[in-house]
Design a binder for this molecule. Structure first.
Ligand SMILES: Cc1ncc(COP(=O)(O)O)c(C=O)c1O
Length: 348
């Protein structure tokens, strides 16, 4: 019963097969291999974006930081939610890669910025001319860090404000497939048709071994990204291992099937917990992640059975009372089964 993270799951066998098949013979490196041309074409087709520039890197942090650096100058700021991964979990990589660009934190419930808060943050920025950082970019995470999903209307409301303020837009899609499945929309609707300029398109959390695509709908940004990726040490020489993973991921809609499984299990767990009446939800659960408080006695039972997940926040102060409620983050992934969820819920 391993619910710590979706990247704690193994890679899907089809991804490993794709990598093994790519491990034969000689081919060019650094993204010049034929497989990368086919990945680029597949992603352009999927996103209905024939001119999009497509790149691969091996971590989500690199994807976010390099993408944001490409659309944000050092004296500009990146607007993002206070709980954004780029703020809380990337050790300052976006600021580092963007040569000191600032992050401006925008509030909103359930890790979702509200249009009003974004509007006032953008208006406030740049009010003193040369003395302020300037407006740069907006980064939206979908699925958010607390398991909620911005609707297309919510994304459009934010990107419209950004556009009016001259701010470029980035989508942190470490869980892009989970968001798309939850919204039952197309990749284009989730991105450029809703005003997004560039995307970190995740693979690692959804069955890959370690690959994320960075997609720019404006191909003029491609060369700067390429230079930043190389200079930042993220251009893999044996790039075929990235392109093979992405090929395997996209083939026969595997990426969508895996996200459907993760989300279905997430929703089954959320419904099951709601039915026990022993759980209090910290946030609505729209995809594959659940944030809920459970009585200590149940945490203890689950732990005794070998169940693994994170307390949220970690290491909460405890009174030792069996009835005290302690919060947990529970993440389902492509390999989570009905049986595992049933076993987990049997403890309530
Ligand atoms: C929302 C979000 N963005 C990006 C990442 C990418 O992180 P990593 O650099 O660990 O691949 C993660 C991983 O936890 C994430 O949850």
């Amino acid at each position: 019963m391993f619910f710590t993270s979706d990247n704690a799951a193994p890679a899907h066998p089809a991804i490993m097969d794709a990598m093994l098949s790519a491990n034969t013979g000689y081919t060019s490196g650094y993204g010049a291999e034929d497989a990368m041309t086919s990945v680029q074409q597949s992603i352009r087709d999927l996103f209905e974006a024939p001119n999009a520039a497509v790149f691969l890197v091996s971590t989500g942090t690199a994807a976010n930081a390099l993408a944001l650096a490409t659309i944000t100058k050092p004296w500009e700021t990146i607007f993002c939610h206070r709980n954004a991964h780029i703020e809380e979990d990337e050790c300052g990589a976006p600021e580092f890669y963007a040569n000191g660009a600032k992050l401006t934190l925008v509030d909103g419930p359930d890790a979702m910025m509200t249009p009003e808060n974004l509007q006032s943050a953008i208006e406030y920025t740049g009010r003193l001319g040369v003395h302020n950082v300037q407006r740069g970019s907006l980064s939206i995470t979908n699925v958010t860090e607390v398991g909620t999903v911005y609707s297309l209307e919510q994304i459009r409301a934010l990107t419209k404000i950004a556009d009016t303020g001259g701010v470029k837009t980035h989508l942190d899609g470490a869980r892009f497939a989970n968001a798309m499945v939850a919204l039952d929309c197309t990749p284009a609707e989730l991105t450029w048709k809703s005003g997004i300029d560039c995307v970190s398109f995740g693979g690692t959390k959804n069955g890959c071994l370690g690959v994320e695509a960075v997609i720019f709908f404006d191909p003029d940004l491609a060369w700067e990204f390429e230079l930043r990726r190389k200079r930042g040490g993220h251009l893999l020489s044996k790039h075929r291992m990235l392109s093979a993973q992405m090929q395997g991921y996209l083939a026969d809609d595997l990426w969508i099937d895996l996200a459907k499984q993760a989300n279905t299990m997430g929703q089954k767990l959320a419904t099951g917990l709601a039915n026990t009446r022993n759980a209090e939800f910290m946030h609505p659960s729209h995809a594959n992640m659940i944030f809920a408080s459970l009585p200590r006695a149940i945490h203890d039972k689950l732990a005794a059975q070998g169940s693994k997940y994170y307390f949220w926040p970690a290491d909460p102060a405890s009174t030792g009372d069996a009835n005290e409620m302690l919060s947990a983050r529970l993440v389902c992934n492509w390999s989570t089964t009905d049986k595992l969820i049933d076993q987990f819920l049997d403890n309530f």
